[in-house]
Write a protein that binds this ligand. Sequence first.
Ligand SMILES: NC(=O)c1ccc[n+]([C@@H]2O[C@H](COP(=O)([O-])OP(=O)(O)OC[C@H]3O[C@@H](n4cnc5c(N)ncnc54)[C@H](O)[C@@H]3O)[C@@H](O)[C@H]2O)c1
Length: 385
Amino acid sequence: MKIGILGSGSMGSGIAQVASQSGHEVVLFDTNAEQLDKAKGKLAKIMARLIEKGRVTSQDSEAIQNRITYITSMNDFAGSGLIIEAIIENIDIKKKVFADLENIVGGNCILASNTSSLSIASIAAACTKSDRVIGIHFFNPAPLMPLVEIIPAIQTSDATTTAARDLIDSWKKITVLTKDTPGFIVNRVARPFYGEALKIYEEGVADFATIDWAMTELGGFRMGPFTLMDYIGNDINYTVTETVFKAFYYDPRYRPSFTQKRHSEAGWFGRKSGRGYYDYSQGATKAAPNTDTEVGTQIMNRILVLLINEAIDAVFLNIASPKDVDLAMTKGVNYPKGLLQWGNEIGLSNVLAQLDTLHAEYGDDKYRASVLLRRMVKSGESFNF
Ligand SMILES: NC(=O)c1ccc[n+]([C@@H]2O[C@H](COP(=O)([O-])OP(=O)(O)OC[C@H]3O[C@@H](n4cnc5c(N)ncnc54)[C@H](O)[C@@H]3O)[C@@H](O)[C@H]2O)c1
């Protein structure tokens, strides 16, 4: 099947590589010809590295690169079975592009968006045949991250969902099915990892280095929240948080932080700007954490119970199945354990007790426990996968 990719930036170029590695003929389009050249150069470098490491033969590398055609006219999408759009995150531009695509591709072509924050229903509404539109959400970098969220809109047909999921499964990705709601699974459930860490810092409980230490050393997370936000970019991470907060009608659970807003406004984006929560300039020394395990455990537990609560609430609201919620967090953002599994292990009644203590102390609905958690504790249930 011929696969069309729109947008050759970080995501589009990675998705093109994945599709080509799976044997598809790929056409990659961008309005910016320079960006197409960059994508081509980047793939050549990646392939050279993979040959060096013995992961692909030079013959395979050549075939993978030759299967991708870099195009400057959308008309070359004709004959594709699937188009994945990965252009700028702007609803008006995306809608226009989807409407244009329908005039080029055949009636059976699936049209997918890789959007992180826009509703699939709003994009599908731009199409005459809206039942063929779906969200296929890869994680960055697409060739390395195994998770892909499959997001049918209310207009999407079951046939489109099944065909899209089967195809992405055949690319050796781990797919999870999720409802078309803000943040889908990962970007919804992960919010407290950033938000609560920022709040703990704002309250003066601990500094960045100590909170990061607690989450990595005591929690087993691969990166601490401040290191991760500096890696993602405070501008991007703040925008996602604000978008999710607005999209949830200002639910306090998703409230953004002034600390992050100020870092973003100051241009302290993180690694890419040389300074974020940490200083990345040459010769800079990193502050040492306070490695008091009592303080560390309190920090880690506070963030963890909020994460588990988000995961449970996503199940309560039928955003995804328990199995898919746990898969999403371990395969999309490398959590050391599925959050529901983690809740089972530390005891759901223990999670609820910690949340209720926080809720009583702060009087803030940010800490309200999910109804499902409360019901499960009452009936003595735990999650079965
Ligand atoms: N970066 C991430 O971590 C990430 C992860 C998952 C999903 N996404 C989503 O993927 C999409 C792309 O993100 P990105 O980080 O790759 O962006 P990017 O800025 O790296 O790339 C976007 C590309 O789209 C091109 N473009 C813009 N308008 C276009 C148009 N009308 N037609 C064709 N090409 C056009 C640009 O020239 C650019 O090359 C966004 O919807 C984003 O929300 C991003």
